[in-house]
Ligand binder design. Structure first.
Ligand code: NAP
Length: 290
């Protein structure tokens, strides 16, 4: 059996075109959707994501303001700048790279960032909106990217058994919520789960976000599976690999996403869409006020 390969590029291309059209419509109304990128320090993975975000924003017609701080920026100085960014009406969304250095209190940062600008769903307010299903916030971009992959490839989740491996606030937990909102039956596995492989074999869809190179091997897989691989790990040979043993999966399962070239490719396009949505919501508020 050879699997269907769920490429992120096809999904991203569609989102990018939608983003471009929506941003253009806002431009016609005199509003330029704008993202603030807030980075402390020079971590290589942050820089890579930033480059990618800059490119996607430029292609879509979304403006970017970059706020770069040295790793030892005093907390008081960082928070004061963040307050100004939060109040700045020309900025519709904020991407704050985390983890922040230990001397900057995450809770203080989240208290400053307004729900409507939290385009990566990092604040308790955004999580609450997602978990309670009240709307008004944004889901974390990676979790949403998984849903975009399933939608694009017309893989239904309603009534399906979905295993999410990983329970972080960035991927696993919000993804479980998004899947439940689509009527999936969700099981979340973590490092203390006994026999995750057996649980996966009972599922229809497996989404791995464990951060363990090639952990999801033959023992986890059955032919009916759709497998999404969120993991980004450095393999023994220094190459990027996912959580899934892709060579094995592509011989066994119905469909599988590669790493690189899978979910990670879509995340940035979702970020851009969230900025545009934030700007659209602002435009709608302004119209109501008029
Ligand atoms: P994280 O905070 O380290 O969480 C990893 C989760 O996996 C934890 O819940 C952990 O369980 C669980 N886990 C670890 N080993 C396991 C095992 N052997 N069996 C079952 N569960 C296990 O990582 P994260 O931030 O969620 O990211 C996860 C992966 O996604 C990483 O590789 C990261 O690089 C990647 N990622 C990709 C994107 C993208 O755009 N594609 C974006 C963000 C992250 P415990 O809770 O018990 O520790």
């Amino acid at each position: 059996m050879t699997s269907q390969i769920l490429k992120g590029a096809d999904v991203a291309a569609k989102l990018n075109e939608e983003n471009r059209q929506r941003a253009e419509a806002l431009q016609h109304m005199g509003l330029t959707p704008t993202l603030a990128i807030i980075r402390v320090g020079e971590r290589e993975d942050d820089l890579a994501y930033e480059r990618s975000a800059l490119k996607r924003c430029a292609n879509a017609g979304v403006a970017v303001k970059q706020y770069i701080f040295p790793a030892d920026v005093p907390e008081v100085e960082f928070l004061s700048k963040l307050r100004r960014i939060a109040r700045d009406r020309s900025i519709h969304g904020c991407l704050i790279f985390r983890p922040l250095p230990k001397h900057i209190d995450d809770a203080k940062v989240c208290a400053i960032l307004p729900l409507e600008k939290d385009v990566d769903g990092i604040t308790p307010a955004a999580m609450s909106a997602l978990y309670a299903g009240t709307g008004g916030g944004f889901a974390p971009c990676t979790a949403q990217a998984c849903i975009e992959m399933l939608d694009h490839y017309q893989i239904p989740c309603a009534g399906k058994r979905v295993v999410v491996i990983g329970r972080s606030l960035v991927v696993g937990k919000p993804l479980a919520m998004l899947l439940m909102a689509r009527d999936a039956t969700v099981m979340v596995c973590h490092s203390k789960t006994p026999d995750t492989a057996a649980i996966c074999r009972n599922a229809d869809i497996v989404i791995s976000a464990a951060g363990r190179a090639k952990m999801v091997g033959m023992r986890y897989m059955i032919p009916r599976h759709t497998v999404l691989d969120v993991g980004i790990n450095v393999g023994e040979d220094g190459q990027l690999v996912g959580d899934v043993d892709f060579d094995a999966a592509s011989q066994v399962v119905h469909a599988v996403s590669p790493v690189p070239g899978g979910v990670g490719t879509v995340t940035c396009s979702v970020l851009v869409r969230h900025v545009i949505e934030a700007a659209e919501r602002r435009a709608a508020k302004l119209l109501i006020k008029k």
